[in-house]
Design a protein around this ligand. Structure first.
Ligand code: PMP
Length: 399
């Protein structure tokens, strides 16, 4: 039998998709599951988006596009994203691809060489693809901790100590998956100083920029001296409920040409019709995005209140995203359950409530205790019923 490479055998994954597969299998077998797993808005894509796509289909927008994206979309991105961040963006600094995700890989390829010991710093817990892609492409992932005690920010001294002469790229993500944390201006300034002093690139994953409940969105690219060394990465997936349309983009003047070369080498270009749909979203769907964020805001308040009513759960109120990351250490102690992962499996098996656990987002930080991740991109009814079932489960199993 032909073999499979070790790098594939050892390739990590995004467990949200794995658990989702498990959940879907159970649903297909007739189980009634309340799922808090999925990281995508539960709204329809805005009408202007669907109309623009229909128009693009009827105008036969069927061929390849330029690899960096159609000019109409890059112009819309430059205006929209520049305005939010208070910076000037040239449409030629923008590169579009099939979602924001491929740019994680492209950025690792651009900033490091295979097997040379180049290091990439990334948030832990964090989006798992940062480390899986770093490893498979022959660089060394160096996690820095996102701490509940710091309101889901990091310890700047720890981060400074971890920077070495091998560091090439610092990945940041704010608002953050899985904690819902938002980096303070002070944290952003701390990273900016490190990046400037050590001449590093910063990959700023800003995909949740609009799902923000307090204050104004702050990008590290807006800080002095940072636009040129920041790879702004964002897209329409979360803001406009367009995850399946697969349109994301980066913004960086110096690297746009290199990113385009990577797009040519991999996907050729993003979907043609979908690029028109994304341009319509940016140009015309601002009100739809606001309504969705308002709805997430309301649901955040509901789920935080209900989770804090469960014995042994402690849940900080996330400043952004549609995720909460409650600390369940006490609930585990009360029930004799060893870890958050064991608790997750029992919730799925015994009360048919699906969530993710801390081990799905990186190496466990023992001093931080046990955590679960809930996506509240689901109905009020599910939030009420799911949290009620968990409360009953903890009460019933407490020793
Ligand atoms: N970054 C983070 C932090 C995410 O949570 C996600 C999606 N779950 C992505 C990037 C990928 O976004 P896209 O759908 O645009 O590829």
């Amino acid at each position: 039998m032909a073999g499979i490479s070790n790098r594939t055998k050892n390739l990590g994954t995004e467990n949200a998709f794995v658990v989702l597969g498990e959940v879907n299998k159970r649903i297909a077998k007739g189980q009634n599951i309340i799922s808090f797993c999925i990281g995508q808005p539960d709204f329809d894509a805005p009408k202007v988006v669907r109309d623009a796509a229909k128009k693009a289909i009827d105008s036969n927008k069927s061929g390849y596009t330029s690899s960096n994206g159609i000019p109409e979309l890059r112009k819309a991105i430059a205006e929209y994203e520049g305005k939010i961040r208070g910076i000037e963006i040239d449409p030629d600094s923008v590169v579009v691809d099939n979602g924001a995700k491929p740019f994680i890989t492209h950025s690792i390829m651009i900033s490091t060489d295979y097997g040379k010991g180049d290091e990439i710093m990334y948030p832990n817990p964090g989006y798992p693809i940062y480390s899986t892609q770093t490893i498979v492409h022959g660089a060394t992932p160096v996690p820095y901790n996102i701490l509940e005690s710091k309101n889901f920010n990091f310890d700047l001294e720890e981060l400074k100590e971890k920077v070495s002469d091998k560091t090439k790229l610092i990945i940041i993500n704010s608002p953050q998956n899985p904690t819902g944390g938002v980096l303070t201006k002070e944290s952003l300034k701390g990273i900016a100083d490190i990046a400037i002093d050590n001449d590093l690139w910063v990959y700023s994953d800003e995909i949740y920029q609009h799902i923000l409940f307090e204050g104004k969105f702050e990008s590290i690219a807006s800080l002095e001296g940072m636009q040129e060394r920041t790879i702004i990465s964002t897209g329409v997936s979360k803001t406009f409920a367009m995850t399946g349309w697969r349109i994301g983009y980066i913004i960086n003047e110096k690297l746009a040409k290199d990113f385009t070369t990577w797009v040519i080498n991999t996907n050729a270009c993003a979907g043609h019709v979908n690029q028109y749909a994304a341009a319509a979203a940016l140009n015309e769907a601002g009100n739809d995005a606001k309504k969705m964020t308002d709805s997430f805001h309301r649901r955040r308040d509901l789920i935080v209140k209900l989770l804090n009513e469960i014995p042994g759960f402690r849940c900080l109120s996330p400043k952004g995203t549609f995720y909460v990351y409650p600390n369940v250490t006490k609930a585990c102690e009360m029930t004799g359950i060893k870890t958050a992962e064991e608790l997750r499996l029992r919730l799925l098996d015994e009360i048919k409530v699906a969530v993710l656990s801390d081990i799905h987002f990186g190496k466990k930080i023992l001093s931080e205790g046990e955590h679960l991740r809930f996506s509240f991109a689901t109905s009020d009814e599910n939030i009420k019923k799911g949290t009620e079932l968990i409360k009953e489960f903890i009460e019933k199993n407490s020793k």
